[in-house]
Write a protein that binds this ligand. Structure first.
Ligand SMILES: Cc1cc2nc3c(=O)[nH]c(=O)nc-3n(C[C@H](O)[C@H](O)[C@H](O)COP(=O)(O)OP(=O)(O)OC[C@H]3O[C@@H](n4cnc5c(N)ncnc54)[C@H](O)[C@@H]3O)c2cc1C
Length: 462
């Protein structure tokens, strides 16, 4: 009997799953349902496209239905899946071009429906020129509307908001960045880093409006012209909402186990609580290694890995998922910034007893014609286990965050980081690699604190 597999959603997780399933089970009948008119769109390229760095939007796709057809996969584009019955193993979809209803059944379902931007329900949200930023359609709309906008407001100072702000400044727009936190990129970076990033944004002419919450919008002729916040209002011609994402999993609500926010819980082999439903990518929770708990961290890196594992583990659990540190990076004008694992603020908020060190070092010997300042922060527990790190420099030191991600993954301590083997070559670093130096500084801090607690009580002599 032919194995029937239905895949819902075909961006990163879906494309990775489909290609792997097709490679490993060439006899299987794979049907993809995708409500959009494209597959495999790289959202990470939106800001680069808006800013004119990536001129050809075609480069932002790495697959298409024709390629999948060559692998024997049937891709039903512009088909919106409306209902799934996991007991009956059936689904219903609507062809968005013809209105026709399609019914299908499956042996294995792959849920790769991803996420959708959070849209706050507030006065004026329906006004024109309030844009979302997620897919290719959004990218085209942002570019078209930005053409006629002189003043653009970005709401949400996470990575996506910051990237757009830079792109709009590069296009000569007046830009306001609003966030309810009192620093930018607060989810990824602690104060030492966000202060530098905020200063850079201001020096580049971005109006920072932090520590205030958006309450609503006003407009004229159906188009937004004012953003109202808890602390003042801001004139604008266009708004881009970048306040986060929600998993798109309503179709499986009550049918498989989820986190309260709707992220599907999967085991190490991408199996949901229903044995015939697998899931991957932004629709899922991931195992967050710094805490060992399930968390919602929507990233393309997780999506492609999890999608690939769906293919590898479809019928038999073979290759385990390793969890994530949520490692990410951003270029902010001339700065290169990366982080992995928990910030100090996040660790403290989670009730963890952490210590930190922040070091400032040059990236290579001072005898070299040029060198750059680097800021590195380690977040670690009392026993030295590293749970987070941040790095920022005008030199591209972002790969160090990947190295530190591996350290967190392997539950390494600052003591191990201090003496682990790294190369030295004056073009690239110093005899003590920056990460060794950070490890040594963390060891010194732990020793100092241990010495303090071990000190005998003072005896008063009369
Ligand atoms: C602007 C931007 C920049 C980003 N930059 C980065 C970055 O630099 N690095 C990084 O790691 N991550 C980045 N991300 C995150 C990354 O894009 C997502 O994590 C990734 O797209 C998740 O892939 P996915 O396949 O799980 O889900 P999605 O990309 O959300 O795709 C889900 C697909 O399912 C389809 N679908 C949903 N419901 C249905 C239905 N009922 N019927 C049919 N089809 C359906 C959708 O149309 C969509 O194609 C960025 C995201 C954005 C928006």
């Amino acid at each position: 009997m032919t194995l029937k597999i239905a895949v819902i959603g075909c961006t990163h997780a879906g494309t990775a799953a489909v290609k792997n399933i097709a490679a490993q089970y060439p006899q299987a009948q794979v049907t993809v349902y995708e409500r959009n008119d494209n597959i495999s769109f790289l959202s990470c390229g939106i800001a680069l496209h808006v800013g004119g760095v990536v001129k050809d939007a075609g480069g932002l796709f790495y697959s298409n239905p024709e390629e999948l057809a060559q692998l024997g996969v049937l891709t039903r584009m512009r088909h919106d899946v409306l209902a799934i019955d996991v007991k009956a193993k059936t689904l219903k979809a609507r062809n968005l071009d013809t209105g026709e209803l399609v019914e299908d059944n499956y042996d294995k379902l792959v849920m790769t429906t991803g996420s959708w931007p959070i849209i706050p329900q507030m006065e004026g949200i329906e006004l024109g020129n309030i844009q979302l930023c997620k897919n290719y359609g959004h990218a085209r709309e942002i570019i078209a509307r930005a053409n006629d906008a002189q003043h653009i407001t970005v709401i949400g100072a996470g990575y996506i908001g910051i990237e757009l702000v830079e792109a709009f400044r590069d296009q000569g727009k007046e830009v306001t960045l609003i966030d309810n936190m009192d620093s930018v990129m607060a989810k990824y970076l602690d104060r030492e880093f966000t202060d530098l990033a905020g200063k850079e944004l201001q020096e580049r002419g971005v109006q920072l409006a932090l520590g205030r919450t958006v309450k609503g919008f006003e407009g004229e002729d159906g188009k937004v012209n004012k953003v109202l916040t808890t602390n003042g209002s801001f004139d604008t011609d266009m708004v881009v909402l970048c306040i986060g994402f929600r998993p798109g999993t309503d179709l499986l609500k009550g049918q498989v186990d989820m986190l309260p926010g709707g992220a599907i819980l999967v085991d190490d082999y991408m199996r949901t609580s229903n044995p015939d439903v697998m899931a991957a990518g932004d629709s899922c929770a991931v195992r967050y290694n710094p805490t060992g708990k399930a968390a919602y961290i929507p990233l393309a890196t997780n999506a492609v890995r999890m999608g690939t594992l769906v293919g590898m583990n479809l019928l038999t659990p073979i290759v385990r998922y390793q969890g994530t540190q949520g490692t990410s990076a951003i270029k902010l004008f001339d700065w290169n910034i990366a982080s992995t694992g928990m910030t100090e603020a996040a660790a403290l908020a989670a009730g963890m007893n952490v210590k930190t060190i922040t070091i400032q070092e040059n990236n290579r010997p001072e005898f070299m014609p040029t060198y750059e300042d680097v800021l590195v922060k380690l977040v670690f527990e009392n026993d030295g286990r590293i749970v987070g790190a941040q790095i920022m420099s005008r030199a591209d030191m972002t790969q160090a965050a990947n190295t530190l991600s591996v350290c967190i993954h392997n539950r390494m301590t600052v003591q191990e980081l201090a003496f682990v083997d790294f190369f030295f070559q004056p073009h690239y670093n110093k005899p003590w690699n920056l990460l060794n130096t950070a490890g040594l500084a963390a060891m010194a801090l732990l020793r100092e604190q241990q010495a303090q607690t071990a000190q005998p009580a003072k005896v008063e002599v009369a």
